[in-house]
Design a protein around this ligand. Structure first.
Ligand code: 9MG
Length: 259
């Protein structure tokens, strides 16, 4: 899954892809590089980020989806927490909802059920504005697992088919470095439930904190983390550097799948 942030303050691309032409070009290049999904978001989810008003988020993402949909050969995912954006994005051609808030906003479950597209439910402690304020867990692997199981149950009760549900432990969302490492170390426990697992580790701040690297120098550690996730069974990797990540994952899968 290639990341396409349509935000002026995006933590990892500095908003370079904010103009329509640049966004479209960037998406096409990611597909050439091997992306199987393009994830489009108009609201930054980096720690401390403020909410974007509905009309501004619509203005950012819908023209990009409309411009891409006729010729793009892969599904478009809409990264949003707002039910109105989910509805408008799917009408414009998005085929997957990626919600870092796990469809907890008022009306989000109903929107996702009506739209009949796959949904990714991610774990986050708090909101992007507050999530890094000293997060505490008794057992992060169990608590993230319990939360995701409860959200998957809520989705199924709302009429979303089990086959349409993906889960994501939400690396970096309300977690310390240790919490992120524990989650990755035990990712196979979440995989074991049988829902496809999506992971986003690309350029995340845990790398900066562990290795002291700025965002533009996190490619190699991002790839190492992606490989560790795929090795344990993650189905989808959300990444900024698509070609290098895809090549590393292909090698990992070749070893993992040999008899
Ligand atoms: C939008 N976004 C930013 N980071 C993410 C992650 O780790 N997972 C998902 N599903 N979405 C993310």
């Amino acid at each position: 899954m290639g990341v396409l942030n349509i935000t002026p303050d995006s933590f990892s691309d500095g908003g370079d892809f904010f103009s329509l032409d640049q966004a479209v070009e960037r998406a096409r290049r990611m597909v050439e590089d091997g992306a199987a999904i393009i994830d489009i978001g108009g609201e930054s989810t980096r720690p401390g980020a403020a909410e974007v008003p509905l009309d501004e988020e619509l203005r950012r993402v819908i023209p990009v989806i409309e411009a891409l949909r006729p010729s793009l050969t892969v599904p478009i995912s809409i990264d949003t927490r707002k039910p109105e954006i989910m509805r408008a994005a799917v009408t414009a051609g998005a085929g997957l909802i990626n919600d870092v808030n796990a469809l907890q906003a008022a009306g989000a479950l109903e929107a996702a059920a009506d739209l009949e597209v796959p949904v990714c439910l991610m774990h986050m402690r708090g909101s992007p504005e507050t999530m890094q304020d000293k997060p505490v867990y008794r057992n992060v692997v169990e608590e993230v697992g319990d939360f995701l199981a409860a959200r998957a149950d809520a989705c199924m009760a709302a009429g979303i088919a089990r086959e349409r549900i993906l889960l994501d432990p939400g690396f970096g969302f309300g977690k310390t470095v240790e919490h992120n490492l524990q989650l990755l170390r035990h990712l196979d426990r979440l995989v074991a439930w049988g829902f496809p697992l999506l992971v986003g580790l690309s350029r995340k701040s845990l790398i900066g904190k562990l290795l002291g690297l700025p965002v533009d120098q996190r490619l190699v550690p991002s790839i190492a983390l992606a490989v560790l996730a795929v090795w344990q069974g993650a189905a989808i990797v959300r990444a900024h550097d698509v070609r290098a990540t895809r090549e590393a994952i292909q090698m990992c899968q070749a070893v993992r799948d040999i008899e």
